[in-house]
Every structure is written in structure tokens, then in C-alpha cells.
Write a protein that binds this ligand. Structure first.
Ligand code: TYD
Length: 216
């Protein structure tokens, strides 16, 4: 791995999964646990996580009408480039733990596979945007997209542009995440998102403890 791919003194933990899988709930619980344990945590997300990123997020999620798939992929990549350089890398250099809702795997699953732009090409664009920064751990909260959509609709009442895609799109996203997890079993922790919240939090903590213990 190149020097730019290493996470410095800190640890970079990402959460992935379909909409409604409970990523933000688990991110919040993980942040609380890490903070209680004396770690400094930066909890963040993509798209968003910076002022520029929040504007990109608004564009990509709430633009009415058609957005060219390549434009969509590049907007997520632009958000990522700015976020990694201005938020994630500085935090890792300080020795903080970054807990992040979505990262490159989301681009590969949504734009690369579900939008058919090509997993390898989209990963290459994202890797370039992030200058090669890879997570130490990725927690995949796996959920049937029909259940996920029901959860989002019940919690929020409205669906954004991506959430409104057909079930087949979200099934492709789910399958893509699972395939990535199979290909990189050391990086991924795959959890059944229908399990009780506290049980999931316990499983995440156990794995994060290992990651924190490894060659600090
Ligand atoms: P998310 O923040 O999880 O949505 P919410 O806060 O509404 O739960 O993600 C926003 C959407 O963006 C989600 O549908 C997945 C999509 N997305 C991509 O398509 N590609 C990407 O690279 C990222 C980061 C997200």
C-alpha cells in the first residue's frame, strides 16, 4: 500500500449498508463507547461532512429530474476528495478515531454496480479522489432493502432521490456490498441488521477493540 493509503496514528472505521440499515444509530453508539473509553472520535459522513460536502449532498440527493450517472458518481467523488483531505486525514494524523457513515464502498455499490458504471472504474475514481485512503475496518449492516425502505419511510415519511429507486436497484446494492465483503474478509465485519440494536453494538465494539489494539 502507498504511504497515502495508511491511516497514520488514528483508526478509520466506516459503516456501510443500504438505507434504513441503522448505520447512524450504530455510529452514534460506537462514538459514545469510544469516547467513554478515552478516545477522541470524529463522527462524520459522506456525502456531507464539510460545508462544501453538505452542498454537494443537497445537489446529489435532492436534484429534481434526471442526473447523468457519471455526474452523480463524480459528485460523490468530489465530496469525498474534499472530505478526506480536510477532515479525515487531519483527524487520523492527530490519532483520532474516525467513525464514518458511508465511504468508497457506497460509490462502488450504488454507482458502480446498481447504476452499471462498472465497479472497478468507480473504485478507481474514488481511490484517486481519496488519494488511496482505505478504512481499517468496514462494518456492513446487511438488510433486505424492502425492510430498509419501510424503516426509512416510517422514520422520515419521505424518500430522497436514491432511496426512491426501484427495489431491483437496492437489491443490486445489497448484493454488491456482500460481494465486496467476501472479497475483503479482513476489512469487513458483516452483521445482520435485523438483530437487536444493542446486540449489534456489542459485535461492533468487539471488532473495533481488536482494530484499536492492533499495532497502534
Ligand atoms: P445516507 O447519508 O446514508 O442517507 P440518509 O442520511 O438519508 O440515510 O446516504 C445518502 C444516499 O447517497 C444513499 O442513498 C446512498 C447514496 N450514496 C451513493 O449513491 N454513493 C456514494 O458514494 C455515497 C457516499 C452515498
Amino acid at each position: 500500500m502507498s504511504a497515502s493509503g495508511r491511516t497514520g496514528r488514528g483508526r478509520f472505521i466506516t459503516l456501510e449498508g443500504g438505507d434504513g440499515a441503522g448505520k447512524s444509530t450504530q455510529a452514534a453508539l460506537l462514538e459514545d463507547w469510544l469516547t467513554e473509553g478515552g478516545r477522541t472520535v470524529v463522527r462524520t459522513r459522506e456525502p456531507g461532512g464539510t460545508a462544501l460536502g453538505e452542498r454537494i449532498r443537497e445537489m446529489v440527493l435532492h436534484e429534481r429530474g434526471h442526473v447523468a450517472p457519471r455526474a452523480e458518481a463524480l459528485l460523490y467523488a468530489a465530496d469525498r476528495a474534499h472530505h478526506v483531505e480536510t477532515v479525515v486525514r487531519p483527524a487520523l494524523a492527530r490519532g483520532d478515531v474516525v467513525v464514518q457513515d458511508r465511504y468508497i464502498d457506497s460509490s462502488v455499490a450504488y454507482q458502480g454496480v446498481a447504476r452499471s458504471l462498472g465497479a472497478d472504474r468507480v473504485r478507481a475514481v474514488s481511490d484517486w479522489a481519496a488519494d488511496g485512503l482505505t478504512p481499517d475496518l468496514t462494518v456492513l449492516l446487511d438488510l433486505d432493502p424492502v425492510v430498509g425502505r419501510r424503516r426509512v419511510a416510517a422514520a422520515r415519511g419521505t424518500l430522497d432521490r436514491l432511496e426512491s429507486e426501484a427495489t431491483a436497484f437496492h437489491t443490486a446494492v445489497r448484493d454488491a456490498f456482500l460481494a465486496m465483503a467476501r472479497a475483503e474478509p479482513d476489512r469487513f465485519l458483516v452483521l445482520d441488521a435485523t438483530r437487536p440494536v444493542e446486540e449489534l453494538a456489542g459485535a461492533v465494539r468487539a471488532r473495533v477493540a481488536q482494530v484499536l489494539g492492533a499495532a497502534a
